[in-house]
Ligand binder design. Structure first.
Ligand SMILES: [Zn+2]
Length: 352
């Protein structure tokens, strides 16, 4: 008796059809819901004689599987039909939508900006195609300085008889500092101090591309000008930065150096955060790693940008973002930053 009923239902289920999602839902209710045909069979199953239970049980399972598969199949068919017109929307973002990751240089640049912002520095920006005046002349470079040579710099237009008329791809972001110093004057030409800016950006040098050098890279420079700014202020700001960026135990040391736009000038090392200053392969067994250049703004630079060097002093610093990123994430090959290899970029998914 119950077996006849099951066979009847099996035939019904094999031939199920539906025109829309609503009809599919009706079929689901009829066969698979708690009040449906199959649940009713389960209840009848209790009455089945013991020697028949195995055969009947297998048949009910067969029916249940078939009904579930058939109804799911009908549901998919209806969804495809109903979604048909939307599927033709060629402007829609293709599925699955893959979330991108931030580029490691962006992560590190943002981190540097964030640290200096909290110390009162504001962002400043400037053009990447720049004139000689802002890149070299106002930064106190001599007319015959090697940076003005073809071998080091990409020129857009060159004037051999008057280098100050050259147009070039900026070789450092100091040009932004020159522009800020020029503009920070009121209508009477008086400086609106203090100037406290941070200038991130891409710079270009005529270098052969290798694991350790590239024809473009990124810098973050900082500039602070006010009355009574001293070298001690510079050192304290850089120490705070190093501790925030590389950890509270980080120590710094300054070594005398030379830049045309600062006097005195220094290069700053941090204690190697891999060996803690003990000495390892990474820090070439010195316990120190170089991270930036800095110094007091040369009075010539202040005067060239319209600032009275007897009234105001200032400091400036600059660092390579690739260098800091290499230190933080130990990227051994500079070229990986611009190859767009997603296997490399996805490594930084959790870094941000
Ligand atoms: Zn080390």
């Amino acid at each position: 008796m119950i077996l006849d009923k099951i066979d009847e239902l099996l035939k019904e289920v094999q031939n199920l059809s539906a025109k829309n999602a609503e009809e599919v839902e009706q079929l689901r209710l009829k066969y698979l819901s708690k009040k449906g045909e199959i649940t009713a069979l389960m209840n009848d199953f209790r009455e089945v004689a013991a020697d028949q239970k195995k055969t009947v049980g297998m048949k009910i399972n067969e029916l249940k599987t078939l009904a579930t598969e058939r109804i799911n199949q009908l549901r998919e068919e209806c969804e495809t039909q109903e979604g048909g017109e939307e599927a033709l929307d060629l402007t829609r973002t293709p599925y699955p939508i893959e979330l991108g990751t931030r580029h490691p240089l962006t992560i590190v640049t943002n981190e540097i900006i964030d640290i200096f912002s909290r110390m009162g520095f504001v962002l400043a920006d400037g053009p990447e195609v720049e004139d000689d005046n802002h890149i070299f002349t106002k930064m106190n470079f001599a007319a015959d300085h090697p940076a003005r040579d073809m071998q080091d710099t990409f020129f857009v237009s060159q004037h051999p008889n008057d280098v100050t008329k050259n147009i070039l791809l900026r070789s450092h972001t100091s040009s932004v500092q020159a522009r800020v110093m020029e503009h920070m004057h009121d209508e009477n030409g008086k400086l609106t101090a203090p100037i406290r800016v941070i200038c991130p950006g891409r710079v270009y040098r005529n270098e052969a591309i290798t694991a350790r050098a590239h024809c473009f890279f990124h810098q973050v420079e900082g500039l602070y000008i006010d009355k009574n700014v001293s070298f001690t202020d510079l050192k304290q700001v850089l120490l705070s930065f190093a501790k925030e960026m590389f950890g509270a135990d980080t120590k710094i040391r300054l070594r005398p150096s030379y830049f045309p736009f600062t006097e005195p000038s220094a290069e700053m090392d941090i204690s190697c955060f891999i060996c803690g200053g003990e000495g390892c392969g990474f820090c070439k067994h010195t316990g120190w790693v170089e991270i930036l250049g800095c110094g007091m703004v040369d009075p010539n630079v202040l005067e060239l940008c319209g600032i009275d060097s007897k009234e105001y002093t200032g400091y400036a610093f600059g660092m390579g973002v690739e260098r800091i990123t290499n230190l933080k994430y130990r990227v051994s090959d500079l070229r990986m930053f611009s190859e767009n290899d997603t296997r490399f970029l996805e490594e930084f998914e959790s870094a941000n």
